[in-house]
Structures are given as C-alpha cells and as structure tokens.
Write a protein that binds this ligand. Structure first.
Ligand SMILES: Nc1ncnc2c1ncn2[C@@H]1O[C@H](COP(=O)(O)OP(=O)(O)OP(=O)(O)O)[C@@H](O)[C@H]1O
Ligand SMILES: [Mg+2]
Length: 332
C-alpha cells in the first residue's frame, strides 16, 4: 500500500482480518490508523482450494466493472467504491461496507424483504440498461472466467465421471443426479444453453447475482463481487437470481414480483424468447447448485432436492411456461 501511495502520510496499518466468507480470493479487512478498507487479491488459484488454478485477471475485470459503474449513481450507490486497483498484484482496494452479513441466511429459513428484492431488481435492470451497448467492449470479455463458470454450470454437474460424492451430501442424491443425466432431452437443453452462455452477445452482466453477492446494510442491500461479469445475455443474471429464490424456498409471490419488476424496468417490452431464456438459466442454476461443486448451505432433504431438480427439468424443457408459474413456497 505504501509503495502504491495508498497510505496517507502518517497512516499505518493496525490489523488485518479475514473480511468474511469467500472461496475464490484473499479478501481482508484492513484497519489503519485512519480508516478501514477491504483489500481483495486474486491469486492464480482458488484461495480455498489452492490446487485449483483460476485466472487472476478476474481482479482486473472486477476493477473495470467498478470503474465503469462509478459515474452512474444508481449503480454506484448500491456497490462499494473502488479506492484503488493494482494490476500487477491483481489487487483491489474497496470501500468497507462494514462487518455485515450477506443474504446467505435466506437458505436457512429467512424471507427476503420485498423492499430489498425491489432494490436488487432495480439495480440489475439499471445495470443491463446502462451497458446495453457494450458489445465488442474488450474490457469485459472475461473469457477465462466465463469458461470456468461454463464448466461448473453446464458441464461438470452432468458428467457422471466427475467424482463428486453426492450421497455424502444427501443419501440418494447420487441416484437423483444419475436419473437427470440419463434424460437426453434435458442434457441436450443444458448444453445448448451453455453454448448460448458462452457466445451470446448482450449487455454487461454481473455474472454471479445470488445472495452471497448481496450484503446487508442499514440502507438496504449492496452488491459486491462482479468478478464473473461479462458482456452476454442479461437473462443470465435474472435467471440466477430467480433460481436462488427457489433454492432458498422463498414465497412464489417474490419470484413473480421480481420477474414483473424486471420486465417493467425494461425500455422495450420483454419478448417471449427472453422470458424463456430466464426460465432456462434459472433451471440450469438450480441444477448446478444441487448436484455440482458450488454447494450452498441449504436446509433441504432429499425429497425437496428431487422436487427442485424436477423444477429445473420443467424450466429447461418447457421454458415457455415461464419460471414464475410454479406454485407454493419455493415452487413446491
Ligand atoms: N466492500 C466490502 N465491505 C464489507 N465486506 C466485504 C466487502 N467486500 C467483501 N466483503 C466481505 O468479504 C466476503 C468475501 O468477499 P467476496 O465475495 O468479494 O470474495 P470472493 O473471494 O470473491 O468470494 P466468493 O468465493 O464467494 O466469490 C463477503 O462475503 C463479505 O463478507
Ligand atoms: Mg467471488
């Protein structure tokens, strides 16, 4: 920090602690004699599993995302400020939003406040509208992270040789996954969607819009962690958000509210194709969170997980039905 001129005269560091739960990066809260800041470094591996390589350029994409939204107060007001970016060290210095929690407790029975949902949907709509002309903007290609996500959403979970012991998570989950993998229509739909995720043009998307990227503050939710951002289909962000409302067993009314509010915020009416794409992405995200590597702290027994996998099938194979038409809490 001193070498980069990030410390003011007389400022020194008092303490460095882990900022919160995170897997990918080394994310610390620094307390100096003057202030508190978050330092986030992307090393060329996954911080929690350092035998797994990961592209360290993700920090630069994240930094560029913060730079891009900076002038747009509707977006900046919902994110921490970028205070510094060291491209060589793949290190970001960010405004500290305080030692608060994310929204992970939604998976453990908490219900999302509709006002928080509205704020999150408004953020997303605004992001997608503001950067709808970003096609060909090389700053946000993020191809390596896009490919990593592609592997973990669309390929790895449906690979019967992936070595994941799902029965250790819920006895019987391996068989449920095997049934899904035997469904050729389903696996075809997932891989076609994966191609679209990799190649489709679109707008700047957050890329990881789920409760772990939302922080609770007294002024409502803040959005962090755009390291998976890229220029692609906006329906991806919406589908991921909807998937997590289902995974977290939220009232179906919240799903419908989110879909309606997002559609309302668009400058042109949402097409049927776009609604279908939201549904398909929601289906894929539900599936990969249940039978892929990026597991969630879900409170769900096998029958519930089976029902969610069935919902994933419906969303992918009958996307025209829409992902807001399920009934009951959590769509079950
Ligand atoms: N600006 C911030 N203000 C306050 N806390 C923060 C801030 N940025 C990160 N944190 C805390 O650090 C945690 C990890 O941050 P972040 O999600 O950006 O890291 P990550 O390594 O990308 O995590 P993941 O592996 O989940 O993607 C957050 O959940 C939060 O608790
Ligand atoms: Mg992250």
């Amino acid at each position: 920090m001193r070498a980069r001129g990030w410390l003011v005269v007389g400022e020194s560091i008092r303490a460095a602690t882990k900022a919160g739960h995170g897997n990918m990066n080394c994310t610390l809260r620094l307390e100096t004699t003057e202030r508190r800041v978050i330092m986030k470094q992307a090393r060329p591996w996954v911080e929690q599993y350092d035998e797994i390589p990961a592209p360290s350029e993700r920090a630069l994409v994240e930094g560029r995302f913060y730079e891009a939204i900076g002038p747009h107060s509707v977006l900046q007001d919902r994110m921490p400020r970028l205070l510094g970016c060291d491209p060589e060290a793949k290190l970001l210095m960010l405004e500290d939003l305080g030692p608060t929690s994310d929204y992970t407790n939604l998976y453990a029975g908490h219900t999302l406040d509709p006002r928080d949902l509205d704020a999150l949907v408004a953020f997303l709509g605004s992001l997608h509208r503001t950067f709808s002309n970003s096609e060909g903007d090389g700053r946000f290609a993020n191809q390596a992270m896009r490919e990593l996500n592609h592997l973990h959403i669309f390929e790895f979970p449906l690979d019967s040789e992936n070595g994941l012991d799902l029965n250790a998570i819920n006895p019987g989950l391996s068989e449920a996954a095997a049934e899904l993998r035997r469904d050729a229509d389903y696996t075809k739909a997932v891989s076609a969607l994966g191609e679209l995720y990799l190649r489709s043009p679109g707008t700047l998307v957050h890329g990881d819009f789920f409760p772990g990227s939302w922080l609770r503050t007294k002024n409502g939710p803040r959005v962090i962690d755009p390291e998976f951002s890229f220029v692609g289909p906006p329906e991806f962000d919406v589908g991921v958000m909807i998937a997590h409302l289902y995974l977290a067993n939220q009232p179906i009314g919240l799903v419908q509210r989110a879909l309606a509010a997002y559609a309302d915020g668009l400058s042109v009416p949402q097409t049927g194709k776009s609604q279908e794409l939201v549904s398909s992405f929601a289906g894929a995200e539900i599936m990969r969170r249940l039978i892929g590597i990026a597991q969630l702290p879900l409170v769900a027994d096998l029958p519930r997980k089976r029902a969610l996998l069935e919902l994933s099938r419906t969303f992918l194979l009958s996307p025209a039905t829409g992902c807001g038409s399920a009934t009951g809490r959590g769509g079950l």
